[in-house]
Design a protein around this ligand. Sequence first.
Ligand SMILES: Nc1ncnc2c1ncn2[C@@H]1O[C@H](COP(=O)(O)OP(=O)(O)OP(=O)(O)O)[C@@H](O)[C@H]1O
Ligand SMILES: [Mg+2]
Length: 465
Amino acid sequence: MRMVKFSLALIDDEESIREGICMALVPEYDIEAFATAETALERIKTSLPDLILLDIGLPGMNGIDALRKIREISPDILVIMITAYEDIDTVISAMKLGAYDYVVKPIHMDSLMITIGNALESIRLRKEIRVLQEGYLRENLPCFIAESNEIQDIMDFIASVAKSPDTPILILGETGTGKELIASSIHYRSPNFKGPYVTVNCATMPRDLIESELFGYEKGAFSGASPLGKKGLLEDAAEGTLFLDEVGDLSLEAQAKLLRFLENGEFYRVGSTQKLHIRTRVVSATNKDLGGMIEQGLFRSDLFYRLSVITVHVPSLNERPGDILPLANHFLVRFSQKFDKKFIALSAEAQDALKRHPWSGNVRELKNLIERGVLVGNGPELTLKDLGIDKTVVERGDIRQTKTPSPSAFPPIPPEGYDFEQAEKAFEKFYIEEALRMADGNESKAARLLHMNHHTFRYRRKKYV
Ligand SMILES: Nc1ncnc2c1ncn2[C@@H]1O[C@H](COP(=O)(O)OP(=O)(O)OP(=O)(O)O)[C@@H](O)[C@H]1O
Ligand SMILES: [Mg+2]
């Protein structure tokens, strides 16, 4: 087996030292020697070694200046300084500039070999960590099922926009479409991957606390605040990604501060006059109608434009039926393992029913339905019964398959236009209430009247009534 040797560069003006070190290291390493920093830098620019041995007392550019230049070329490269005893102050400045270690002249080859060995071991560990991170990604990202062309296009788009480290991205889509998963995959596909991924749910965080949680606060900023002050989540996300989930719920005060941060990267902790500056990418998501909220004065339009430099619209599950069965199978396998069941497939009838179902709760609804089915059933096939779907309802087809009422049954569009979404909600609400009335409040009966399964009916009832 051919071992790849680590490459070393040696920069020292004393010929005897160059010869001595090269002779000792050549059997184990690819080593190239230079008498001046200038010649070495020229070479390093085009071909980076793994490690550099750098003399401090060089003619022309000295070792400290050379170290600065090397770190500009590559901040990660390992540098071991070579020095005479009396140079110890300079050694300290070299270490401050990020040198890995130093050796003192006259050089003892054995101790030099150990120092080099340790340095290279740290490179090996760094590489190992990178491999583990990539492995983690491979294991976790495939959990995002993207079979349909619609979602694949979105994932391609994300892969390209994620490359910039700080362009804000707004993710829009109905509840349960996978916005949160998409936000995390933006982070892991971006150069911010090495930094933290910090999630803030603006809907669940108390409104009066969100500003101080997000931006931090100075000691004594308000009663009940920690006497030491606190770093905010924005600072935690420095060099990484800040995910503002349910961004529509942000208070107007917090919106103003966030806008300022997005404009120039600056912010103040609550109660502080000290300006702070960090770099992070802000990804935000909402299932709310931000346009409508802007009209009502609940969301700042200038913030909207800042957040939505790139906008990703996640289609509902009904708009990408190609994902229904792959997702269902994915959840089947996952929950089967989790609950130690032996499910291997969906029955043909179950597949058919899932394809026809109106998924108003999107992927979350599908996931919950399969979880419940796996829990109550025994396998090896997941049946309609396990899913709690009434066979007769499926045979008749759900409400989407029924004949569309004649157009004349609906009012014409008035000249000033028509709020379609409101009308749609009113339509659903009306029929859900009507069905409940006819069924004397019995949900199962009411669901059957509307050719829905019980699960969907309850979901819609909660949503609209
Ligand atoms: N493409 C997918 N592959 C695998 N699992 C998915 C996919 N899309 C969504 N899910 C799962 O569905 C559930 C809902 O997704 P998520 O929480 O990301 O939705 P959301 O769009 O943020 O919804 P909401 O607006 O209600 O917050 C999660 O458990 C998520 O793991
Ligand atoms: Mg969400």
